[in-house]
Design a protein around this ligand. Structure first.
Ligand SMILES: [Fe+2]
Length: 205
């Protein structure tokens, strides 16, 4: 028999060119920001710090946003999109032990994602859930060893220097940080962002 897969849910991931160098710059910047700004409450729970969402306008983060644009352009080619991507917003997250991010989606965006600056052991994975309503209702008993594409929830353990991007409509969350490390050694630090689509002149619509 034949089979085709319809309505796929792509999850893209890649590691930046020089993660150690980039994270050495990013960590102190984010730490200093968190000391002088009390942050905002969004999906962060359990005491995690969520920065304001204007991080994409701060020039000191350009080395990261450059990497994000390269990957987003690759995704545009792979997914058949054009002409142009723009960063809608971007923010930093510090999840101290006990912190997590509630399950959510990113409205009014095209592609969402995360970059990992610092991830202690057992500091919580990203999880994504099957976005189709049908399989959430009809869940047949299945055999062991199914391929990941047939799972209901897929977990991505964080890797320092890795960027993950997925459609903004894909429901996801971050598990609780269970690191045993003390102080900032136990911090799980990441940067989240939303890409929107703009026309050739850089305008929405
Ligand atoms: Fe998110």
């Amino acid at each position: 028999m034949n089979r085709e897969i319809l309505f796929p849910t792509p999850v893209y991931f890649k590691t930046v060119k020089d993660p150690k160098k980039l994270n050495k710059t990013l960590f102190p910047l984010i730490k200093a920001w968190s000391k002088k700004n009390k942050g905002v409450i969004k999906t962060n729970a359990g005491g995690g710090w969520h920065s304001p969402t204007d991080m994409n306008f701060k020039k000191e983060y350009k080395p990261l946003t450059d990497e994000l644009f390269v990957m987003q352009e690759e995704i545009y080619k792979d997914y058949g999109m054009g002409p142009k991507a723009a960063l809608g917003n971007m923010w930093a997250n510090i999840n101290n032990p006990g912190a997590y991010n509630k399950q959510h989606m990113h409205p009014n965006s095209q592609w969402s994602g995360v970059y990992y600056v610092k991830v202690p052991k057992n500091s919580g994975s990203l999880f994504v859930e099957d976005p189709r309503p049908g399989p959430g209702i009809i869940m047949p008993r299945r055999l062991e060893g199914l391929p990941r594409a047939l799972w209901h929830i897929v977990v991505y353990p964080p890797i320092e220097g890795q960027i993950i991007m997925f459609p903004a409509w894909l429901s996801h969350g971050v598990e609780i940080n269970k690191s045993k490390e003390k102080g900032e050694k136990g911090w799980r630090v990441s940067i989240s962002f939303n890409f929107i689509q703009v026309n050739k002149e850089g305008r929405v619509g």
